[in-house]
Design a protein around this ligand. Structure first.
Ligand code: GDP
Ligand code: CA
Length: 320
């Protein structure tokens, strides 16, 4: 089966670990809205989370970045910043020494005119993630966040530096409306046997993919069934601060509200089916699409593979 998955970073990557166990032909459309340039280096946190997780290089403890990481370069940069306050050192962003090698190569290739899709394919030659990883777009896009205090900051600054503690009033994926979907993205939607929306952040991960011009229409038009998995379990994000993103766009933090946010494809929305955790089974009727309740905690690869199997079973049920 050809399965296409919309994925953010950590949540999406963990889901893919389970899906990969089922042995299907998997294509991942990865979020690039988190991308950022620091120190002249282009950093793609969500693509790297997928690549490192599936390639066995992710830090198990942190959940992001590399295992056995050191931070000597960051320490050295901070020694400069201590004397040069406007040095432009993003001390709050965790740039490890091993991780830097990825960003150095990516930046060198991008500067030479290699598109991000090809850069990603090259990096994956080393990591062999076992899936085809496609950036949502080759165009540089970045999610910017408007804050209640009137500031407007890059998503990374709000998420990592401010811990999403200052309330957001809105998000803009700068560049997305004019961007084209990356090579293979629309074909991966049109040619899939099933499309899965991973339990990624609905606003800044999945939302930023869908903001790329043409991607949401590609999802609406695919003959394949589209099934989403809830990132909200028991009325809360399992990890991270997705609730801060949902409330900024006026969506309640509940499994059913996220399903209604995506909307039923039958009525111009994006999904045909929705998986919720058994804790949220009572909300199933409020989702607006056929909904099944199964355990949705990605505690290990086996549990996650069972989630993926349930998602594909639901895709079969709702296939038109
Ligand atoms: P990020 O880009 O690294 O923030 O990762 P994603 O956007 O791909 O995924 C983040 C989302 O994954 C969060 O909103 C979490 O609620 C969700 N998530 C994390 N672990 C689990 C889990 O075990 N089960 C479910 N259902 N969702 C999870
Ligand atoms: Ca992310």
């Amino acid at each position: 089966m050809r399965v296409t998955v919309l994925s953010g970073g950590i949540g999406g990557a963990r889901f893919l670990m389970g899906l990969r166990e089922l042995g299907h032909d998997v294509t991942v459309i990865g979020n690039t809205g988190d991308d950022v340039t620091f120190l002249g280096l282009r950093i793609c946190p969500d693509l790297d989370s997928v690549m490192y997780t599936l390639g066995g290089g992710i830090s198990a403890e942190r959940g992001w970045g590399r295992e056995d990481e050191s931070f000597r370069v960051r320490d050295e940069l901070e020694a400069y910043a201590a004397r040069i306050p406007d040095a432009g050192v993003p001390g709050w962003f965790g740039l490890g020494d091993l991780d830097l090698a990825t960003h150095l190569l990516r930046s060198q290739w991008l500067a030479a005119g290699v598109p991000l899709s090809e850069v990603t394919a090259r990096l994956c030659r080393r990591w062999e993630p076992g899936v085809r990883l496609l950036p949502a777009t080759d165009a540089p896009v970045e999610t910017h966040v408007s804050l209640v205090d009137g500031r407007r900051v890059h998503f990374q600054e709000w998420w990592v530096r401010l811990h999403a503690e200052v309330a957001a009033t809105g998000f803009e994926v700068v560049g997305a409306a004019a961007a084209l979907p990356g090579p293979g993205v629309l074909d991966a939607l049109a040619g899939a046997d099933a499309v899965l929306v991973s339990p990624s952040n609905p606003v800044v991960s999945v939302g930023a993919i869908l903001a790329v011009r043409g991607v949401a229409d590609g999802l609406r038009a695919t003959p394949a069934p589209v099934v989403g998995l809830s990132p909200i379990v028991g009325g809360a994000p399992v990890r991270g601060m997705a609730d801060a993103c949902l409330s900024a766009v006026g969506v309640e933090t509940s499994a059913a509200a996220v399903a209604r946010h995506y909307g039923a494809r039958a009525r111009g929305g994006l999904i045909d089916g929705w998986l919720v955790d058994t804790a949220d089974a009572g909300e199933a009727a409020a989702s607006g699409v056929p909904t099944r309740a199964v355990p949705l905690l990605m505690t290990d690869v086996e549990a996650t593979a069972a989630m993926a199997r349930a998602a594909l079973d639901l895709a079969d049920e709702v296939r038109r």
